[in-house]
Design a protein around this ligand. Structure first.
Ligand code: ADP
Ligand code: MG
Ligand code: ZN
Length: 475
């Protein structure tokens, strides 16, 4: 029997507003515990929350980018439960009337575009954090995070494998970062994912019973946790058992999911409309303004990079995953760089150098014109592609421009035939045997001679001239 897995993700994205969703406290990460709190976010009685307009704008912005409809009427609800990190005894969330509904996000699956439906996007406040450290006889509560604005992005159960789930997460992250509404940092908790998973015999229409896996807090674990859970459910069924509806926790150290509690139902939370906040009716004019301010989104940009610059899909995809990378690329083109050459240098040497220092493109010491200028020197034959590697790294380290480096270090390529001819003659004289073998048909020995001559000329020989001369002399 083969099984198909069915997955739907509930993703919590922390919105990058400066202040909390219902009060003016700062949302800055890493502050002294409880230093960013007030009457409202610690749940004092008699105070009133006021919705942060920026949070609403960010949620609408996200909904529009994900092709959702923006609800003409939306409101908050109280989700009641007790936990020490939730001082009010309820979380202000949205239930019946979320701000966005019915959209989609596209991912690539084996070269094909696949749509993952977005059921809804709603706004809610984050809870605080319980801290269990010290001597173990008591715990601490830090309420800095209480009231930080979140969006919950709920997908349809359209995902069919662990790989698709991780592609979907990556795409969400890319879109959120393009929009500037969330920094997408899973390790710091600004992007959190709860995964609902079920299996069914291949070909069956009805969904199976799902388990919800929580605590997947890094991109690496999205795939791992889901793969584990899918295998576990198949094993349960094959051993004659039944998958039960429950909440499970991903344990990244052990690499397994473990049962935490039986799944709660919506009615357990006694949701009711939040009486302290007025319903939201976002004006169409404002929604249109937000739509007009959306940046070009990654899918559109990728297509454009392919049609406008003739880039292969792989390159276009890589260069549009992060907005600053795409911008760097286009600036270098504007500065005169040839698109495929710019792409190659960015994806090769530049990304390697940045990775070595764990640096982001936003903090790249090399400017787009540096690369464009260097490419010009290659095109004009002033430097060879090989020398360019040295020049490139030097530009990266010092910020000097290509021309100065080439001049100061004497890296100009030698195209002068007589100079190269002399070296070629010497190389052939020194390696008579290899020359014989080449003449007898061992074509690949040309590489050996190129290497010898280049070495003698410290890599500065014009490779084309060198090649031609070698072939002439060896024929
Ligand atoms: P809850 O809020 O109780 O977790 P929802 O009905 O809102 O429940 O569904 C949450 C997620 O579960 C959604 O992403 C949805 O796509 C997914 N889901 C629903 N049914 C299944 C199923 N049978 N298998 C896998 N995922 C499912
Ligand atoms: Mg859920
Ligand atoms: Zn506050």
């Amino acid at each position: 029997m083969t099984y198909e897995s069915v997955i739907g993700l509930e993703v919590h994205a922390q919105m990058s507003t400066d202040t909390k969703i219902f009060c003016g406290c700062s949302t800055k990460f890493g502050a002294e515990p409880n230093s960013q709190t007030c009457e409202i976010c610690i749940g004092m009685p008699g105070v009133l929350p006021v919705l942060n307009r920026k949070a609403l704008e960010f949620a609408i912005r996200t909904g529009l980018a994900m092709h959702c409809s923006i609800s003409p009427y939306s409101r908050f609800a109280r989700k009641n439960y007790f936990y020490p990190d939730l001082p009010k005894g309820y979380q202000i969330s949205q239930f019946e009337h979320p701000i966005c509904e019915g959209g989609f996000v596209e991912i690539m699956v084996e070269g094909e575009t696949k749509r993952i439906g977005i059921t809804r996007i709603h706004m809610e406040e984050d809870a605080g954090k319980n801290i269990h450290e010290g001597n173990g006889s008591y715990s601490f509560v830090d309420l800095n995070r209480a009231g930080v604005p979140l969006m919950e992005i709920v997908s349809e159960p359209d995902i069919r494998s662990a790989k698709e789930a991780s592609e979907y997460m990556k795409k969400l992250r890319t879109i959120l970062r393009y929009l500037g509404v969330c920094d997408g940092n899973m390790e710091q908790g600004s992007l959190r994912c709860d995964a609902n998973i079920s299996i069914r015999p291949a070909g069956q229409k009805e969904y199976g019973t799902r388990a919800e896996v929580k605590n997947i807090n890094s991109f690496r674990f999205v795939e791992k946790a889901l793969e584990y859970e899918i295998k576990r459910q198949i094993r349960v069924v094959e051993e004659g058992g039944k998958v039960i509806q429950e909440t499970r926790l991903w344990d990244s150290a052990k690499g397994i999911t473990e049962s935490m509690r039986s799944k709660e139902e919506a009615h357990d939370y006694r949701y009711f409309p939040e009486p302290d906040l007025v319903p939201i009716a976002a004006e169409q004019r404002w929604i249109d303004e937000i739509r007009a301010s959306l940046p070009e989104l990654p899918d559109v940009k990728r297509e454009r990079f392919m049609s406008e610059y003739g880039l292969p899909e792989y390159d276009a995809d890589l260069l549009t995953t992060e907005k600053p990378v795409a911008e760097w690329f286009e600036e270098s083109i504007k500065a005169g760089g040839q698109p495929k050459a710019v792409a190659n240098w960015m994806m090769g040497d530049l990304m390697r150098l940045l990775n070595e220092e764990n640096r982001e493109f936003t903090d790249c010491p090399l400017k787009p014109f540096h690369l464009a200028d260097m490419l010009k020197l290659i095109d004009e034959g002033t430097i060879s592609g090989k020398i360019a590697k040295t020049v490139f790294e030097e530009m990266y380290r010092t910020g000097k421009n290509a021309e100065d480096i080439v001049r100061d270090k004497g890296l100009v390529q030698i195209s002068d035939e007589s100079a190269i001819e002399k070296i070629v003659d010497e190389a052939i004289a020194k390696h008579q045997k290899e020359a014989e073998r080449f003449r007898a048909g061992e074509e690949k020995l040309i590489g050996f001679f190129v290497g010898q001559a280049m070495k003698a000329m410290k890599g500065k020989a014009n490779p084309q001239v060198l090649n031609e001369l070698l072939r002439k002399k060896l024929s």
